[in-house]
Design a binder for this molecule. Structure first.
Ligand code: UDX
Length: 436
């Protein structure tokens, strides 16, 4: 059995590496030849814990990495994991996936194989039926369900735990028609993950499950952030104790109740916008989803207002941002709230110094010489008039009074509440805790 994977981002590369490390015959394809070269040398194009180790095991076994699309011709299963970014109006951008399935269709026309094409990329409901299936059938001249299989297979892995999530998914979703191809796919996944539930449904439902998942997570975060704002203005109220306690109620669940500066990353914000846009186009006013989005956008303004309240005008003020990655254990800054915050502060003519354990290069690619890049958190705090702790990196938990010793004004905003116990001799604000 040969497996093709198209698109070597977080999803495709993690999936391909894990499969190959288990001895499967895998060909990973990406249009970016430079990226392929790096991966072939065992180097991941992005930081993801454990990925390089698994990738190297895979490369020693049967993992081939190439930009040559024709290598999918002998594949039995072809997974598509290309990005589906957003357009300026929030709608989903399908050009990459259309290009990928067009190339697959052209190759299907020439091969004697009857492979299964599985779409891992997140696409709005109806995309398989109305866009992907017609392209594949037209380009290949073959019939889906007869000469090749077509299955929606949404992916739920999180960055920073991509390998663990790939090895131990909480569910496998297979959407499509009940054909021999569906049986084959089910058997493939049940061997790969013997104890994991496999949900078999139609394309539209499978597509919607992914949006339901991400929009529910975003809703949990905006809910806790709204409560956090109420707590912050209620002397003595502590959002973490509240989250911990309500999380003990099994109907609520403990995860995704960490208040902070709002959700970022390459998925939650774009998927929320795509779902809202989709709902609008079919005449549904998604009031709850809109509120979730609005709360998320406002959260950053609350932080700016807090800084202004203490520093007054922000022009020429020396501000330190600790953490630019959208979450810890990644170098990914896509849609990171910290990046948005820096942009806002720069508009107000603040002078910004940053430190992030992994995302310095990516941050420099965005801001160049407009901001200062420190070599450590303590160096970043030197002469600063305000420090904003944005990302919960483990190493920031070590910050203490001696780390802030050389701040010009000891003023700290802790968006993750990791320094609460440190009793900093500073004007210290923990987001979500009402000052007494
Ligand atoms: C998300 C989904 O979790 C995953 O299932 C999907 O496949 C891809 O999108 P990811 O983008 O890796 O994964 O990020 P996630 O861990 O969900 O975090 C998203 C954002 O929410 C981050 O900015 C994070 O800091 C924030 N967050 C998360 C909170 O503010 N509080 C929380 O309790 C959890």
């Amino acid at each position: 059995m040969k497996i093709g994977i198209i698109g070597l981002g977080f999803v495709g590369l993690s999936f391909g590496s894990v499969l190959a490390s288990k001895g499967k015959n895998v060909v990973g394809i990406d249009v970016d030849a430079e990226k392929c070269k790096k991966i072939r040398n065992g180097v991941s194009p992005f930081f993801e814990p454990d990925l390089e180790r698994i990738l190297k095991i895979g490369l020693k076994k049967k993992l081939i990495i190439t930009d040559d699309f024709s290598l999918i011709k002998d594949c039995d299963m072809i997974f598509v994991a290309v990005g589906t970014p957003q357009k300026s109006n929030g709608a989903i951008e399908l050009s990459m996936i259309k290009k990928a399935v067009t190339s697959i269709g052209i190759i299907l026309a020439k091969t004697k194989k009857n492979p299964i094409v599985l779409i891992k990329s997140t696409v709005i409901p109806g995309t398989m039926q109305n866009v992907i299936l017609p392209i594949l059938e037209k380009r290949s001249g073959k019939k889906a369900g007869k000469e090749f299989g077509l299955i929606s297979n949404p992916e739920f892995l999180q960055e920073s735990s991509a390998i663990r999530d790939t090895k131990f998914p909480h569910v496998i979703v297979l959407g499509g028609y009940q054909t021999k191809f569906m049986k084959k796919a089910k058997s493939f996944f049940s061997k790969l993950h013997p104890n994991v539930s496999i949900v078999i449904t139609n394309h539209q439902t499978a597509e919607m499950i992914k949006y339901a998942n991400n929009s529910f997570l975003a809703t949990k975060i905006s809910f806790i952030n709204q409560l956090s704002n109420i707590c912050q203005n209620t002397p003595g109220a502590n959002i973490d104790d509240i989250a911990k306690t309500i999380g003990l109620d099994p109907r609520i669940g403990a995860l995704f109740l960490n208040a902070g500066p709002g959700y970022g990353g390459s998925c939650l914000p774009k998927d929320m916008k795509a779902l809202i846009n989709f709902a609008d186009t079919i005449g549904i006013n998604p009031t709850l989803l809109n509120a979730v989005e609005k709360i998320n956008q406002k959260q950053i303004q609350n932080i700016v207002s807090l800084i202004e309240k203490t520093l007054g005008t922000l022009a020429l003020k020396q501000i330190t941002v600790l953490g630019t990655a959208f979450k810890p254990n990644t170098d990914d800054i896509r849609d990171s709230i910290a990046i948005e915050l820096i942009k806002k502060l720069l508009k107000k003519k603040s002078r910004i110094t940053i430190y992030d354990p992994k995302a310095m290069k990516n941050t420099k690619d965005v801001f160049g010489e407009k901001i200062i890049y420190a070599r450590s958190a303590t160096e970043a705090l030197n002469k600063s008039q305000c420090a904003i702790l944005m990302t919960h990196w483990k190493q920031f938990e070590k910050l203490n009074n001696s780390s802030i010793k050389y701040m010009n004004k000891k003023f700290v905003i802790d968006c993750r509440r990791i320094l609460v116990e440190k009793k900093l001799q500073a004007e210290y604000h923990a987001i979500g805790i009402g000052k007494i």
